[in-house]
Design a protein around this ligand. Structure first.
Ligand SMILES: [Zn+2]
Length: 214
């Protein structure tokens, strides 16, 4: 597991090496954005963790300056010492990055919901998107992970559920699929793959497609 905020030297070194390899792989495959959780600060502090992430990314972008792939920092649920559960933290990281062309954000619906950003009704959905835009900027949003949540709102627990079957509910996914600002953003499912022998990706995808058309 990559953790570029880790105070443990061996894990940190391995994380940096793996991340560079991943960026090289993205370049070979023509992938624009590499999604990654920003990192966990463990026994240090939030501030030290954020600084370590910024310094490491600047260093990695410098080392891979001939490559184009961006790193998309994923919004997290805020479990344990994971960073990136507040839009302000992601904004601070982006702010510290010298080459802004190499940085972006991936919004995970389950994670932001767990972190206290509501999207269950139209009003709160609009508020959350507006907050994202004001604090981070929608121009940095390059990917979305669409997952419902097995956990209640604001619990800071990361447990994915099939769309419409969790505490977020189907409406949020309708708002997303009908939001023109998000039309060109790649959206990915990270929901459980199978249930009773049924390919659940097909079921979840069908729901998204229906919302997109209706
Ligand atoms: Zn995700």
């Amino acid at each position: 597991m990559i953790n570029i905020a880790s105070p443990k030297e061996d894990i940190y070194k391995k994380s940096v090496e793996s991340l560079i390899e991943e960026i090289e792989r993205c370049d070979l495959l023509g992938i624009d954005d590499l999604v990654m959780h920003p990192g966990s600060y463990l026994d240090t502090t939030e501030e030290i963790g954020i600084k370590k992430i910024i310094d490491t990314l600047n260093d990695i972008f410098e080392k891979t300056h001939q490559l184009k792939a961006r790193i998309a920092l994923e919004t997290t649920a805020g479990q344990g010492t994971n960073l990136g559960y507040k839009f302000e933290q992601l904004a601070e990281m982006i702010d510290g990055i010298e080459n802004k062309e190499r940085i972006s954000v991936c919004m995970d619906t389950c994670h932001i919901f767990a972190a206290g950003y509501d999207i269950r009704d139209k009003k709160s959905y609009e508020k959350t998107i507006k907050q994202f835009d004001n604090i981070i900027g929608l121009s940095y949003l390059r990917a979305m992970h669409l997952n419902d949540s097995k956990m209640e709102f604001g619990k800071k627990r990361d447990r994915h559920e099939h769309l419409g079957e969790g505490y977020i509910g189907a409406d949020a996914f309708k708002f997303i699929m009908q939001d023109e600002r998000l039309n060109n953003i790649p959206k990915l499912l990270e929901t459980p793959k199978e249930r009773d022998g049924i390919n659940m990706d097909k079921v979840n995808l069908a729901l998204l497609r229906k919302f997109h058309k209706s």
